[in-house]
Ligand binder design. Sequence first.
Ligand SMILES: [Fe+2]
Length: 180
Amino acid sequence: MSDAVTQGGTGMPVNTSRTEQPQVQTPRSGRLGVNAAFLQEIKEDNRHLKDLWDRLLPLLSHPETSLNHWGEIIAALAELRDQLAIHFSLEEAYGYFDDAVDVAPHLSVEAESLKGQHSGLFAQIRDLADQFAEVDLQRDGQVDKVLRKFQAFQAEFQSHEESELKLILNSFDDDIGVGD
Ligand SMILES: [Fe+2]
């Protein structure tokens, strides 16, 4: 699937999803469902994204460490922004699908909500990448401020990923009729 996914992706920052997302429970002709197997594969295949997080988190855990690696952090955040653009667009192209008539309503509501989070998460990492690049390291408080913002973003991203994993599991269960 990887080849098809790569070719189908648009490559770089994908802005289309930012404007098209209505809020949850807007009337629609069908339901939003997830291709649980594809969504799971996108997550498991994304080695590059995982490596990036592993590289970044230790650098951002203490202000002193961060200061000593500021250039590296700026480059890694720009990379994270680009990787997340690809990650979200792959998930939206292959992990979610419209008009899923067989999807249980509660799963569809959850899918709408989670897919809708992508645009906000991408906006945050895009702004963070800019803000880190613009920080004046001589000015008190600036480093702490962007580090706190990054931590808030990381927590939100992690929670999004955990919820999507839960949705994948629930969708598999739904497919085999567990809990019906
Ligand atoms: Fe996602």
